[in-house]
Unconditional design. Structure first.
Length: 392
């Protein structure tokens, strides 16, 4: 146990989160069992350590453990938690909980056996905490940690502390909001950098970002999909090929029959793989209003723009990038459907959006909101695209 305390102490001491994530204040830390889900690379481990540093410092009543530790191949999580409680432990932070066999059963047993223990754990976005683990129903509160928003990236790059806004605030007051930001920085000077490499915090590391992201994408498939979904290793190459084909095709409706032929499997399996890729936050599925999976989506997009530049950089179209940014920014709290003719997207089944460059030759529709790429400050129903990066 002392070895775990020493590791915890070292990690907390050397944790220096570049941006304080908004999720830190959204979580009800009074809950006894809290799950932090998120795609690989968005900073879940750093988030746990930052929480420990903020709330506990070097207080030994809080302990961070990673389930990659070989200790847990021989010792149960339940027994470990019991020993921690006997030593005065109150908050156990568990990283990568899915690496433990029967992890959900273990969490339930810890919850029932140690009523004074709070557990905060991280897991993959692929995990369905309640749907696939009924023993956690009613006792776990689940949250999602996303990659950096453009707002968080901008704060990091400029040293500012701009606040987030709701979609309603942006729609109603975007001119005023932009005017409170522009005296301090020019967001368009940083926007392309964000689109290329700003979503994943590891762009701060002194390594080649694209190579690092490709490695992370492979891990998402090999661990987050194959391991958690219990898919045989021999099918790995098919899933990777499917992701590549979807990226090459761009944001269009998938030709499921052709994809099935290309990766030598059935149409039903292709649709299941597409769902797994979406769960892993590698792609987003956009449906017409009123339709959901397992129906075929109207459009498949990469989950965020950074993925586009890494997986198939020779075919990155500006319009596709702008639309991917918009969908990714709104996905956290809003429903995004494919729009009707002349409209890019329908948001929350109420608001029509068209995503475009600044100088498009079209007759504006007063019932449509125009998200304009090169616009620094908007007017009326024309809103700068970058401002939708301030939604979280």
């Amino acid at each position: 146990m002392e070895a775990f305390y020493r590791t915890h102490s070292y990690l907390v001491e050397h944790t220096n989160a570049p941006v304080r994530r908004a999720l830190m204040d959204e979580i009800n830390w009074n809950d006894r069992l809290i799950g932090i889900k998120g795609t690989r690379g968005v900073g879940k481990t750093t988030f746990l350590l930052q929480y420990a540093k903020e709330k506990f410092g070097q207080d030994r009543s809080c302990l961070f453990v990673n389930m990659n530790n070989f200790y847990f191949s021989q010792h149960s999580l339940v027994d470990f938690a019991g020993e921690f409680v006997r030593r005065g432990g109150k908050v156990l932070l568990i990283d990568q909980v899915f690496k433990v066999p029967n992890w959900s059963h273990n969490l339930r047993e810890c919850h029932d056996r140690y009523p004074n223990l709070k557990i905060v754990f991280t897991g993959s976005s692929v995990m369905r905490l309640k749907d696939e683990n009924p023993e956690l129903n009613g006792i776990v509160r689940s949250y999602n940690l996303r990659g950096f928003s453009f707002r968080e990236f901008l704060n990091l790059q400029t040293g500012n502390h701009f606040s987030a806004y709701t979609l309603e605030e942006i729609l109603q007051d975007h001119e005023h909001i932009a005017k409170t930001i522009l005296p301090y920085t020019h967001p368009l000077n940083y926007f392309q950098d964000y689109l290329h490499h700003g979503f994943y915090p590891f762009f701060l590391e002194k390594r080649n970002f694209s190579e690092n992201l490709l490695k992370t994408m492979n891990m998402m498939i090999e661990v987050d999909i194959l391991l958690i979904k219990q898919i045989e290793l021999k099918y790995l190459s098919r899933i990777k090929k499917l992701l590549y084909l979807l990226a090459v095709d761009g944001p269009v409706a998938p030709n499921v029959s052709q994809l099935a032929a290309d990766i030598q499997t059935s149409r039903a399996t292709v649709m299941n793989y597409i769902k797994y890729l979406a769960d892993a936050r590698l792609i987003n599925m956009v449906y017409p209003k009123g339709e959901v999976f397992p129906k075929k989506p109207a459009k498949i997009m990469m989950h965020n723009t950074n993925l586009m530049y890494s997986i198939y950089p020779v075919k990155v179209e500006d319009q596709d990038v702008w639309e991917t940014f918009f969908v990714n920014s709104l996905w956290k709290d809003h429903k995004v459907n494919k729009g009707e003719k002349g409209v890019s997207f329908l948001v929350d089944e109420q608001v029509d959006f068209r995503i475009c460059g600044e100088y498009n030759k079209f007759k504006p529709n007063p019932d449509t909101i125009y998200a304009m790429h090169k616009m620094e400050i908007g007017h009326g129903n024309q809103i700068p695209l970058w401002l939708f990066g301030f939604l979280y």
